[in-house]
Design a protein around this ligand. Structure first.
Ligand SMILES: Nc1ncnc2c1ncn2[C@@H]1O[C@H](COP(=O)(O)OP(=O)(O)OP(=O)(O)O)[C@@H](O)[C@H]1O
Ligand SMILES: [Mg+2]
Length: 249
């Protein structure tokens, strides 16, 4: 028996496209430990989002299984929350309203919900913006709202699909550092999809490197670098180069 939080076991997935079956994921297996920050890294179109959606329970694999605390996943659940690239905020709700949303549908008592929402807004660095609307915020701030909205429901696992890729390079770097801070404060398990090698090396404890489609696991790379990480250190640059070569091969 593995004591991993999540076990991904020989997952295979095909899509029907026109008259043929397109294989997208070809037997991917790895474990995710509690509290770990793990990235799924691979070239565009290789099947990263599909794998994340399967973990979220939004998509069904054709073969293999995914176990969460030893139990097979059969659909979405409160134990997993997803953060998307396009934020997916409600434009008609304020920052506070957006963060409250998940608590409202869970029928959490109003006073408790308000306190919780405010504390998570503070955690993501948006204190003072509770009454702003999404269109009044920058991209980085919107992603902070999306993060607070996902975290406030206290899922076991946070699933993130290229959440920073719509941001400019500088904001993206700031948000990467913020994400590490928030991860350290909340001790969440994070599964993070990206096609940026630099981002994966900056953020992760481990990186699941996928091949081009159909996605196979090329290697699980350990990132044994102290945080906060220096993108220009020799070790960082060497690891980037190693993963780059791995993907090219
Ligand atoms: N619902 C669907 N029906 C048919 N084909 C699909 C469906 N969803 C994804 N695909 C195909 O599966 C492949 C993998 O898609 P996926 O979105 O998982 O890749 P990705 O690695 O997330 O790519 P990107 O880096 O561009 O986000 C692509 O070829 C895509 O066209
Ligand atoms: Mg994708």
């Amino acid at each position: 028996m593995s004591d991993a939080l999540l076990q991904i076991r020989n997952v295979k997935k095909w899509f029907n496209s026109k008259d043929k079956r397109l294989m997208v994921i070809d037997g991917v297996s790895f474990d995710v430990q509690e509290g770990e920050f793990i990235s799924i890294l691979g070239p565009s179109g290789c099947g990263k989002t599909t794998l994340l959606r399967i973990i979220a329970g939004l998509e069904k694999q054709d073969e293999g299984e995914i176990l969460l605390r030893g139990k097979s996943i059969s659909g979405p659940g409160q134990d997993r929350a997803m953060v998307f690239q396009d934020y997916a905020l409600f434009p008609w709700r304020t920052v506070l309203g957006n963060v409250l949303f998940g608590l409202e549908i869970r029928k959490i008592q109003k006073k408790e919900a308000l306190e919780k929402a405010k504390s998570f807004i503070k955690l993501v660095g948006l204190e003072g913006f509770e009454n702003s609307y999404p269109h009044e915020l920058s991209g980085g701030m919107r992603q902070r709202v999306a993060l607070a909205r996902a975290l406030v429901c206290e899922p076991d696992i946070l699933l993130m699909d290229e959440p920073l890729s719509a941001l400019d390079a500088q904001t993206r770097n700031v948000m990467q550092a913020e994400l590490v801070r928030i991860w350290e404060e909340t001790k969440k398990t994070i599964i993070y999809v990206t096609h940026s090698i630099e981002e994966a090396v900056y953020l992760s404890d481990r990186i699941a490197v996928l091949s081009k489609r159909p996605a196979k696991l090329l290697e699980l790379v350990n990132v044994d670098l102290e945080r906060p990480r220096d993108r220009f250190s020799k070790e960082f640059v060497n690891l980037r180069a190693k993963i780059f070569k791995l993907i090219q091969s």
